[in-house]
Design a protein around this ligand. Structure first.
Ligand code: GLA
Length: 392
């Protein structure tokens, strides 16, 4: 399958640019987060895993300073041209702002490309699904630059550079989770990452007698980025008020008890709820990983459900369609846990479903969604894959 993908992309490269000889093909994965949502910019824990779907690129150096980009997902857009002398964001650059942002971030760290590139991109992450297509494109670009120009960076650096470019070139103040999961993914494992210091452990995530299912609501509400940036600043304000009474660096440093003891210093009830989510979600993530280590998948599932309630009610990043998918999932025997995953306002849910209930899950959740929302939900059984690699 991977070989076919390589051939397919090289064929497109040849068609678009004329000559694919010497082009290399790379892949970087998308991610799904099991638990630990909106904790990564609060110095808390997350528990994502890399998927086997993601973004592919064929890349070839040029002799001049031109950059040419072509996406097999947006064929009508055609080839978008730019130059190493013009690494600034623009609306016309569309999706190429992601790879350009990464090139800009490398250059800002003293890693300057001496020649330009021709690139062909193909992604198989469903559009707008919240499974981190942009992070995978950033990590992919960084991985390709490292290989093509010999830049001395680790995979953690690729994640940090990707996040930096997304924050400062693309204006989305995301945390580190998505890029980290893409750059550091490991087959059949989730990553238990402490975003306060980037320490991490891999936890095996092959469930005995159960599957992880991602359900795509196929909705993405507008203004997602501004709502996200807004949540982030609400947390920062709540933290600043808490810091007047407790010595903490992030909301992730607080236990539930300490939060309850000090929460009244946050003078705004909305901000108080946002901070509550960040604190409790971080603790839930730690507990969930402990439960998984003891093979207590039921507790893991209950914590996923509690995570959803908190994201829906306190953090307010769910939406009607996603709540319907989750509520319908909760009704089914054999569903261990179900919640929204990713940034929110649409996208996907993640559920743990016992093997014998998988068919019923698809049928019942699918039918209810059709009836209540008027759309076809899509279901994917998650395969957990590795971080970026070259297709050889
Ligand atoms: C988006 C961001 C991540 C993280 C999640 C919410 O995916 O890119 O950094 O904050 O939302 O957990």
């Amino acid at each position: 399958m991977v070989k076919n993908m390589k051939t397919k992309i090289l064929e497109a490269f040849e068609k678009v640019y004329g000559d694919a000889s010497g082009a290399k093909v790379y892949f970087a994965p998308g991610r799904v987060n099991m638990i630990g949502e909106h904790t990564d910019y609060n110095g808390g824990h997350v528990f994502p895993c890399a998927l086997t779907i993601g973004t592919y690129a064929a890349v070839k150096k040029r002799a001049d300073r031109k950059l040419r980009f072509y996406s097999m997902n947006f064929t009508k857009v055609g080839v978008l041209e730019s130059s190493l002398d013009d690494l600034s964001p623009s609306e016309e650059a569309g999706w190429t702002n992601y790879p350009k942002g990464v090139m800009w971030a490398f250059a800002g760290r003293g890693m300057k490309m001496d020649v330009g590139l021709d690139m062909v991109i193909y992604g198989n992450i469903p559009n707008g699904s919240g499974l981190s297509s942009s992070a995978s494109l950033e990590v992919l670009t960084g991985f390709a630059l490292r290989d093509q120009f010999g830049f001395d960076v680790s995979n953690v650096d690729l994640a940090l550079i990707g996040q930096y470019s997304e924050n400062n070139f693309n204006g989305m103040n995301c945390g580190i989770m998505d890029q980290f999961a893409s750059a550091m993914g490991k087959k059949d494992h989730a990553i238990f990452l402490n975003t306060a210091d980037l320490s991490y452990e891999y936890a095996p995530l092959v469930l005995d007698g159960a599957k992880i299912i991602v359900t795509n609501s196929k909705v993405k509400h507008s203004l997602v980025d501004s709502a996200y940036n807004n949540r982030r600043s609400e947390c920062e304000k709540a933290l600043a008020q808490l810091q007047t009474v407790v010595d903490i660096k992030g909301l992730g440093d607080l236990s539930e008890e300490a939060f309850e003891a000090h929460k009244d210093v946050i003078d705004d009830p909305v901000r108080q709820r946002r901070a509550k989510h960040a604190v409790y979600e971080n603790q839930r993530t730690i507990q969930a990983v402990e439960a998984l280590a003891k093979k207590d998948v039921d507790t893991f599932g209950q914590l996923m459900n509690a995570s959803h309630v908190s994201l829906r009610d306190d953090y307010e990043v769910s939406c009607e369609e996603i709540d319907i998918l989750v509520e319908e999932a909760w009704k089914i025997d054999g569903v261990v846990g179900s919640r929204i995953t990713g940034g929110g306002f649409g996208g996907c849910t993640v559920s743990i479903v016992k093997d014998e209930a998988v068919d019923t899950f698809r049928e019942k959740v699918g039918a209810a969604y059709r009836e209540r929302v008027g759309k076809e939900a899509e279901f994917y059984v998650v395969e957990i894959g590795d971080g970026p690699y070259e297709l050889v």
